[in-house]
Write a protein that binds this ligand. Structure first.
Ligand code: KDG
Ligand code: MG
Length: 402
């Protein structure tokens, strides 16, 4: 079999941009991969179209590892979100082709099932603690066993992870600003929120929380310590991790489990975090960390260090990345959980899939390959939109981590 063509399909169902790579072969089998990268979509498209896709024509699609290494080692410029998202898309499409060619789901090629389902965590958020907890009860009633709890901090109008003050306000067109971040206010209210969540939701529900890079390492240590009585499943992205040593400081101060890595692209971004056991969960997704092959390399390093995978799965990652997480998750021993934020209805219509999510668990399905497709007529109904994450600023106007 040979690769005969490859192209990128851009669509924004529900207003979120998805880039889908389709690789065609001379045997009529095609594979799909997710190349979505929120806020930098067109850079990925250009990198694929101008630099990567021409080099794939004529290659044997069965040589997944060799192609991965060609695109990683072979190009001299390694790592980085744009490059690794491109590699991810190619890699997923090649696994999809291999599964279809062998008429078996990708999870079967990865070693077969090692669990009955992949636990997914839902989101519960609100502009008050009461609203957040009401939504958490609803998430549990809908079947979730694990829930991420985020509530607006009193005194901060707009912040990550909670409904906005003015629903019409959006990040379409140009970046917008979320002013007034205060770590002091956040630290004053967050332990109480999670204590109340534990009290109301009981001991059987896994509780998660995302600090979204807002804290300094010592503040993160304080928060982790304050949350110890809650027995969190994890505290996510407590501080930025470019400097992996930051997590040594947090670890010295708390036994609250730590998760990080949705912005990481390779195992090297997390090597010290994993080998020194500074974290408990690595959050890299197939979509942003070199595909199924990239994720497997991370899982292999993490396993002997008791670090488990807890993949990023926000709705700006397409249902194809969810499929990859389902196939890796069902077949990888140290896979713990996947973020299972529910996609818009339009996203499911544009990218139909064999995976299902019910009673808190993701199932990859039995379709050959990744079990995903793209309806190009539907996709064409949702043209690309310029869209960005907001800029966070402190109360004095200083730019802060988003
Ligand atoms: O594009 C960035 C989002 O996917 C990210 O901000 C969401 O932090 C996030 C999460 O945990 O889902
Ligand atoms: Mg996050």
């Amino acid at each position: 079999m040979r690769i005969t063509g490859a192209r990128v399909i851009v669509t924004a169902p529900g207003g979120l941009n998805f880039l889908t790579l389709r690789i065609d072969t001379d045997e009529g089998i095609y594979g799909l991969g997710d190349a979505s990268l929120f806020g930098r979509e067109m850079a990925v498209k250009a990198c694929l179209e101008d630099h990567i896709l021409p080099s794939l024509i004529g290659l044997d699609p069965a040589r997944i590892e060799d192609t991965w290494q060609m695109l990683y080692r072979g190009v001299y410029w390694r790592r980085g979100p744009i490059n690794m998202t491109c590699i991810a898309a190619v890699d997923m499409a090649l696994w999809d082709i291999k599964g279809k060619a062998l008429n078996t789901p990708v999870w079967n090629l990865l070693g077969g099932r090692c669990r009955e389902g992949v636990m997914g965590y839902g989101h519960a958020s609100g502009r008050s603690a009461a609203e957040t907890l009401e939504n958490a009860h609803a998430a549990i009633e809908s079947g979730y066993r694990a829930v991420r709890i985020q509530s607006r901090v009193p005194g901060i109008e707009d912040m990550y992870g909670v409904p906005r003050s003015a629903p019409g306000r959006d990040s379409i067109g140009s970046p917008w600003t979320e002013p007034g971040w205060s770590s002091a206010k956040y630290l004053a209210s967050t332990p109480g929120l999670l204590e109340e969540a534990r009290r109301q939701l009981g001991d059987d529900i896994h509780l998660l929380h995302d600090s979204h890079h807002r804290l300094t390492p010592i503040e993160a240590g304080w928060l982790g310590k304050a949350l110890e009585g809650v027995r969190m499943f994890w505290l996510e992205d407590a501080t930025p991790a470019e400097n992996q040593a930051s997590f040594r400081l947090i670890r010295q101060h708390t036994t609250t489990p730590l998760a990080v890595g949705e912005v990481f692209n390779t195992v090297y971004d997390a090597l010290a975090l994993i080998t020194e056991q500074l974290i408990d969960y690595i959050r890299t997704s197939a979509g942003h960390a070199g595909g199924i092959t990239g994720l497997r390399k991370i899982a292999a390093v993490a396993e002997p260090h008791n670090v488990r995978l807890g993949c990023h799965g926000a709705i700006d990652l397409s249902p194809i990345t969810v499929a990859a997480a389902a196939h890796v998750g069902i077949s990888t021993h140290n896979f713990a959980v996947v973020e299972a934020q529910q996609h818009f209805t339009e996203s499911h219509e544009v990218i139909p899939h064999a995976w299902t999510f019910a009673d808190g668990y993701l199932q990859p399905g039995d379709a050959p390959g990744l079990g995903v497709d793209i309806d190009e007529a539907e996709a064409a109904r949702y043209p690309y939109v310029h869209r960005y994450a907001p800029y966070a600023r402190l109360e004095d106007g200083t730019l802060w981590n988003y």
